[in-house]
Design a protein around this ligand. Structure first.
Ligand code: SAM
Length: 284
């Protein structure tokens, strides 16, 4: 990705989320308060102008996204399901004793900012590439800092997550932790993904979990985005954020085991593909 430019895909996810609010029935899936907080954050950070945000929230924009559904069926709505999945994992993790939440490649996600006051005994960490993290920090400053939310600007492709977390005086390696890697792993080199799983297992206490999304590997060995895979891979590459990691769902259990995690299905949910991604949970 472009080292000195804020992530375009993070902005796309955030704007897509706003548009979902204009689609009938999506309010039942989108976490409460997410749309309003995202709108405020985008404008306050300068990531998007007020007009862009207003336009994104209009029903016309729903039609635009739906017109592209032939290319990646289900991908538009998938962002709502992904946000809901991650928030369920964080809430469930805290209910079961986790006191640290780490959102990796957080982009313009507002979960930490929204949940921090509700869970004052937990500490929320967010890590993103410096260009995106700094812009977001401006927005969070304007929206109001949270005492238990720490924004960290680091490149996880070059910095070890364990070094980054252990450098924080707030980090407790024995604490139950929920790691969230939402729409991140496909952008990291394979060795960085392996390292990330290893390090998350090494720096957190027992009872920890990782909630993540991933793109499955297709029969040709490439990330599988369906019929238009070639075009999608090209578009991602051209946008400067190529997909570099994917995995076959059948191989995930063994892959996680090798990194100190156990693959766990989300209780009450059937494993299914949302748009181009699967959502998964690993426990320790
Ligand atoms: C598709 S966006 C997803 C953002 C957010 N997780 C969400 O779903 O709303 C991918 C995010 O990963 C971040 N990212 C990609 N490569 C990264 C790296 N090497 N280190 C830190 N963050 C990275 C990008 O800056 C971007 O914010």
């Amino acid at each position: 990705m472009h080292k000195d430019k804020p992530s375009r895909t993070a902005l796309k996810v955030a704007l897509n989320t706003l548009t979902l609010a204009a689609k009938k029935g999506m309010d039942e899936i989108l976490p409460a308060g997410l749309v309003e907080a995202t709108e405020t954050l985008l404008v306050a950070s300068g990531a998007a102008g007020a007009r862009t945000v207003r336009w994104s929230r209009s029903p016309k924009m729903v039609s635009v996204y739906e017109a592209f559904d032939w290319m990646l069926p289900g991908q538009f709505e998938a962002f709502a399901h992904r946000k809901a999945f991650c928030e369920r994992q964080v809430r469930d993790g805290i209910r079961k004793g986790a006191t640290q939440i780490v959102v990796l490649g957080a982009g313009y996600d507002t979960m930490g900012w929204r949940l921090a006051p509700e869970f004052p005994d937990a500490i929320f960490f967010e890590i993103d590439h410096p260009a995106t993290a700094r812009l977001k920090a401006q927005g969070i400053d304007a929206m109001g800092q949270r005492d238990n939310l720490s924004l960290i600007a680091e490149d996880l492709g070059t910095q070890k997550l364990s070094d980054v977390l252990m450098a924080s005086a707030l980090w407790d390696p024995r604490a139950g932790t929920v790691f969230v890697a939402e729409g991140l792993l496909m952008y990291l080199p394979p060795e960085a993904v392996r390292d990330l799983f290893n390090q998350c297992a090494a720096v957190a206490g027992s009872g920890s979990r990782m909630a993540f999304s991933y793109i499955p590997t297709g029969a040709d060995g490439r990330p599988d985005a369906g019929r238009w895979t070639g075009l999608m891979l090209w578009l991602q590459k051209t946008a400067g954020e190529p997909w570099t990691w994917s995995i076959r769902p059948e191989a995930l259990g063994e892959y996680l085991k090798e990194s100190g995690w156990t693959y766990a299905a989300e209780p009450g949910q059937t494993a299914r593909k949302y748009g181009v991604e699967f959502y998964a949970v690993a426990t320790k």
